[in-house]
Design a protein around this ligand. Sequence first.
Ligand code: ASP
Length: 331
Amino acid sequence: MEQKANVHIIATGGTIAGRADSTAATVSYKAGELTVGQLIASVPGLDKLANLSGEQLCNIDSKDMQETIWLQLAERVEAAAERKDVDGIVITHGTDTLEETAYFLQLTVKTDKPIVLTGAMRPATAISADGPMNIWQSVQVAADPSATGRGVLVVMNGQINGTETVTKVNVNALEAFQSPGRGPMGVIVDGKIFWQSQGIAGVLTANKLKFTIKNLTQLPKVRIIYGYVGGDDGLFVKAALQDGARGLVYAACGNGSVPEKLTDLLKETAASGVPVVIATRCGGGIVVLSEIMTVTNGFIASGLLNPQKAKILLQLALTQTNNIKEIQRLF
Ligand code: ASP
């Protein structure tokens, strides 16, 4: 008989561990109630898939996730990955900020072993809760050698998505996560994993772009400014700078389209040594700098990273350098 893999589960809370009074409730519930032991016990036969161990890092709604918890989580994941008796790691997490935590781990945890994040859209108490199947499929991916070296993965609703591209696109549907314009790296059907692509993560950054966070107690402050009609005329940019922001991300309405009323201020900001990343609120495509928002003016294009992920890369880049050219290179 084939030897079972060892999978370590780190629980952080979320709807997957949520409890409601009514079995029909999918919105009115309290996230982060069940413990890691209860989550494991809720999946019939999970122990046949892998030898399991678990730890509870926190038990929160992921809207309350904090960067200080990320630092602890990355340390715990790396410690687990270093263990000879751990082949893969699953992290259960609320869906609201799951993609951010996944990307932070992608950039900080140095290992080839599979790391999988999962969550649920229905609380554990709901009829047809999606958590147990998501845990089952996540453990399956984490236990499978074919997931090695593909970077941090998000497994939900039968799909495997890569970290750079995955985003929460729906607040109600079970298919809440997608990689817009790219599709999933793989799917899981009938207990079998079918890889469709290596994924951007696998090709570009998995095990290449990594930041050391060992001695950090916090991350540099970076703020996101959101573009919209009637949007910021400088108030929010100035407030962010006064508050000590070391970098800004501008979520433009389209490809790098910063309104004229903000262009000069953002140029001054970049010229003063505070990097400004231009991202987009569009949810798809690759941001490329226009002739106005040029690299020589100190701007940085987010590429395929959405604003919340561009913020994380900028924060980690700032732990290493203040040199805008160097940060442009990292992006
Ligand atoms: N608010 C919840 C959370 O992010 C939503 C979820 O898990 O689906 O923890």
